[in-house]
Every structure is written in C-alpha cells, then in structure tokens.
Design a protein. Sequence first.
Length: 234
Amino acid sequence: MVRIGVIGAMQEEVSALISQMKDKEEYTIAGMTFCKGSLWNQDAVVVKSGVGKVNIGICTQLMITVFSVDFVINTGVAGGLYKDINVGDIVISSDALQHDLDCTAHDFKKGEIPGMETSVFKADPELVDLAKEACELVNPEISCYVGRVVTGDQFIGVSEKKKELVELFDAYCVEMEGGAMAQVAWLNKVPFVIVRAITDRADDTAAVDYNTFVQQAIVHTVKLLAAMFLKLGR
C-alpha cells in the first residue's frame, strides 16, 4: 500500500481531512503537526504547513524524509487567472513555477531559477488524470481545469498583476505554496500534484471574494480527494 502525503497551508484546508482519519497518530516537527493514519482506507499523512513557500518547502521535505510518502498532494484555494475560470471551479496542476523569483538583472527570465536544470516542475501525469476523473465524478456542478499553477509569497489582488501573470506564464491560477512543494518533490524524485479550488479572480475584488467563498471552495477539494483516494484503493 502506498503512503499519501497531503499538505494544506491553512487549518481549514486540512481539518476536514484530519477529522476523518482513523488510527491517528500525531507528530510535531518544526512546529508542524503531522497526522498519520488511515484516511478513506489509505495510509496517509496530513499536515498544515503554514502559509508561504518556506513553510511548505520545509514541510514537503519532512513528509519525504521522515514519513517516506510515495507522493504528495497540495490541496487548498487559489486565485483564478484563466479567463474561463469561475469562483468554485478547480484547477489541477499540469506544472508549477514560482512567479516571484526574479533574476532578470542577470539575464534570466522571470521565474527562472539560476543553476537549476528546470524552473517549471511537471506534475505526475497519472495523479493529474486521477484527480481530474475524481473531480468530474463528484463535483459535476463545477468546471475542472488542468493548467499551470504559479506561486509567490504574495496575495494577488490587483488586476494589473493578474494580467502580468497571465501574459508571462500562461497561468491558470495563482497561490502561495504549490510551486515550492513542486520544487522539493522534483529534487527528491517524488511524484506530486496540486489541487486548488478557486475563491476569487485575483483582481481588485479578490480580497472580498476570498473571504466570501473560501469555505465553499474547500468543500469541493475535500470531495475530490475522497474520490481520488477511493480510486487509488481499487
């Protein structure tokens, strides 16, 4: 049986998962509480990483080194960038990168990491397909997209910045952790996928929309993960 690592940045993104775990054991490392047990009949570790790239980077490495997970899933919410995406829809990562990494003064492209083989980290195709199938099964009332996730240590709530991210990176959604998890997973040769529910359009209305729709969006990701876990058990 594989062991699945699930990481969410905020408590509300993981509490519904942790409450459904059986035979739960808790381990606190680096200020993060890792909950290990059986989740929907799968061996799993679920943790709240905290917000931002550093937190999830540390968290992902601990998942891999300490808990020996076979793959990692980042679940949570995001701002929609792709023109057809509505609040409540879900984006599953085709790949991920960090939009706020800027070494353009040294002739690198925005988002490019000096000295690394790649700066765009591809999600595992089988996990992507599995997540999409699960979403379409249990969330028929919303749309599910596979596309690029861009990550930075900032909440995007300005229309001009949204336009820049779309033009530079052809991104589908923007958030604050997934690209960093993707980099750590890639370095460790561990498969990953990012699953993000859209709370806002990452424009001038983003802050208001986020607070209004965050709980509704998380319901969709929890249903998706439950269906995904069940499919893994077959």
